[in-house]
Write a protein that binds this ligand. Structure first.
Ligand SMILES: Nc1ncnc2c1ncn2[C@@H]1O[C@H](COP(=O)(O)OP(=O)(O)OP(=O)(O)O)[C@@H](O)[C@H]1O
Ligand SMILES: [Mg+2]
Length: 266
């Protein structure tokens, strides 16, 4: 049997027409394959198309050109109801601003994606949500609302919400962007750990080298074009300390100035 990627982008381009009738090319010529259990980091400066790319991978948006396939099946051929079901069942999203429902408890927030499930998965949603909140260390805060939780805690609720249906693909758009360095690192370690446990693929968009270092493969998005780059940290591929990592990036990356090793700063 041929091995089929979880998600495959082939020749993907995205453009929009602006109000003044000019065309804006957001993404061009993107080829990318994500396999089960993969961990990919994507870096790039603001406006380079990272979120647009993530939305295409998550089947929230369709490309202008090229194709996106999920487990070998072209997304463009799927009917909307089936696409929604496939996405709900298989894709978990984590955002920079957590995007939790205000005034609802952690438990209600995490149960929410299961409100669309069927059968046993629906009827056991409270237990599943409780278990997932326990897994992210918030078993004692299930009745707290986002307003009562710290940023790091809110992001852990969001992670529980993304993972409660055991998705095959987790898409994280700057998950540590609103957190201090230390909290960000611990939230990222948790996300990484739970994704590995579940053999879920994790795609992380980040500006943070330490976060990127947790991934197995690294890509840079520059003006809508995606290029792979090496981010090797000898000896500690998943728990790099900042100084060692910065030094190794300067040694291994020659395409961009050492002061801006991954082309993140503008
Ligand atoms: N629907 C749209 N209509 C017009 N322009 C858009 C649309 N979606 C995205 N863009 C533009 O495409 C570019 C890429 O946007 P995108 O949100 O993907 O960037 P990003 O890399 O995620 O940036 P950031 O790091 O600031 O989040 C931006 O210039 C944005 O203004
Ligand atoms: Mg973005």
């Amino acid at each position: 049997m041929e091995l089929v990627s979880l998600v495959r982008l082939e020749g993907v381009a995205k453009h929009v027409v602006l109000p003044d009738d000019t065309r804006l090319d957001i993404l061009r010529g993107i080829d990318l394959e994500i396999d089960a259990g993969d961990h990919v980091a994507i870096v790039g400066r603001s406006g380079s198309g990272k979120s647009t790319l993530l939305n295409l991978m998550g089947m929230l948006d369709a490309p202008s050109e090229g194709s996106v396939s999920f487990r070998g099946e072209p997304v463009r051929r799927m009917r909307k109801a089936r696409l929604d079901r496939l996405r709900g069942r298989n894709v978990g999203f984590v955002f920079q601003q957590f995007n939790l429902l205000a005034g609802r408890t952690a438990l209600e927030n995490v149960m929410m994606p299961l409100g669309y499930a069927r059968g046993r998965e629906f009827w056991t949603r409270r237990a599943a949500a409780t278990r997932t909140l326990e897994r992210v260390g918030l078993g004692h805060r299930i009745d707290s609302t986002p307003e009562q939780l710290s940023g790091g805690e809110q992001q852990r609720v969001a992670i529980a919400r993304a993972l409660v249906r055991r998705p095959a693909l987790i898409l994280a758009d700057e998950p540590t962007g609103a957190l201090d360095v230390e909290t960000g690192a611990s939230v990222m370690a948790l996300l990484d750990e739970i994704a590995s446990e579940a053999d879920a693929a994790l795609v992380t968009i980040t500006h943070d080298l330490n976060v990127a270092a947790r991934a197995r493969r690294h890509y840079r998005l520059d003006a809508g074009a995606l290029t792979a780059f090496e981010l090797d940290v000898p000896g500690h591929s998943s728990a790099a300390d900042a100084s060692g990592l910065a030094a190794s990036v300067e040694e291994t990356t020659d395409a961009v100035p050492a002061s801006d090793p991954i082309g993140v700063s503008s």
